[in-house]
Design a protein around this ligand. Sequence first.
Ligand code: DP6
Length: 390
Amino acid sequence: MFSATCVAPVNMALVKYWGKRNEELILPINDSISMTLDANEMSAKTTVAASESFKQNRMWLNGEVVPFEENARLMRCLEGVQRLALANGDIKFPLSWKLHIASYNNFPTAAGLASSAAGYACLVYTLARLYEIPMNEQLTTIARQGSGSACRSLHGGFVQWHRGAADDGSDSFAEQLVTAEHWPNMHMLILVVNDARKKTGSTKGMQLAVKTSTLIQHRAKEIVPRRIKELRTAIQERDFKAFAEITMKDSNQLHAIALDTYPPCVYMNDVSHAIVNFVHDYNESVGSVQAAYTFDAGPNGCIYVQAENVPRLLAAIQVAFPNDAQQSVEYLKGIPVPPVELSKVATNGSAGHVNPKNMLKYIIHTKIGEGPRQLSDEKSLLIDGLPLLK
Ligand code: DP6
């Protein structure tokens, strides 16, 4: 039996991917840029084992059996990596050997945080390690076919996914713009919003948008190319103000397009809008742009903030969004934050507005991170080809 175990990070887009020009190959209508998050707080971990004795391909996700060969996206990733392995030559076991795959997310999927990006990136990266294929650009074109945003999770730091022009998708790949060391104090507070409503997933939402929104083509052709250029410069220059403005405007535009979809897709809720108001008021009250929100296809608010500004921002959030569990480790997850005297927290103006209690489920404090990595065999999630009970 041969096996490999790896972890891969989540990424959060700044200029969003929204809309496909080819559904099957997952080719986007516009470029996107994301930041990779530290795998310590949120990541997928996957073991892939190949053995002559396995009768069939099998997969477990968070301990539950999931379909394998019926999953077209999964099969496309597997076939893509196997094609690369063949081209590489020198394979240490036959490609006909069946696989057992176990994968876990170290964060609750119920929180509605993007798990497919980390999951597919981890799958492709682990398969590549198993078949001994070195990390290369082509792997990102394969992960893209699992879930579009997954291609960006194969790199650390800031990453651009190029839409490409070729019909076969060969030039629609993810490129690392800068490593995490370039802007090491870039942190994020994820405000997980209490919300039980069922949502239109990203795949369906963007499909409908391409079909019915009259704004989406204008965004893809006119707005995004300009924003990509400006954001690349802001990242190069570590210009937080420019970075923040582009990020917040692009999040707002994604949700404007969701509303311009017919019937409309509503991802943000009242709490999300309260977070938006809070961030603008906070920036005004501290006299400079220190926080930038972004929202994916759900109500949770992700706030970019530089490390030195985290304690004060967090304290202001605690005042504006009071919670009964405020001081518990279950409520404040991730990197610890030194406490701040409440008297030092800016609450002048409307940043002092206090929302009703318990609107947030919990907060995760994380930061910019590296790309996927392989773990030692002792960290395997499979024993004799069967998943470990966790
Ligand atoms: C709002 O990558 O989940 O997070 O390609 O259909 O699997 P599929 O969609 P997915 O879409 C992510 C959309 C987004 C924005 C982004 O990550 O750029």
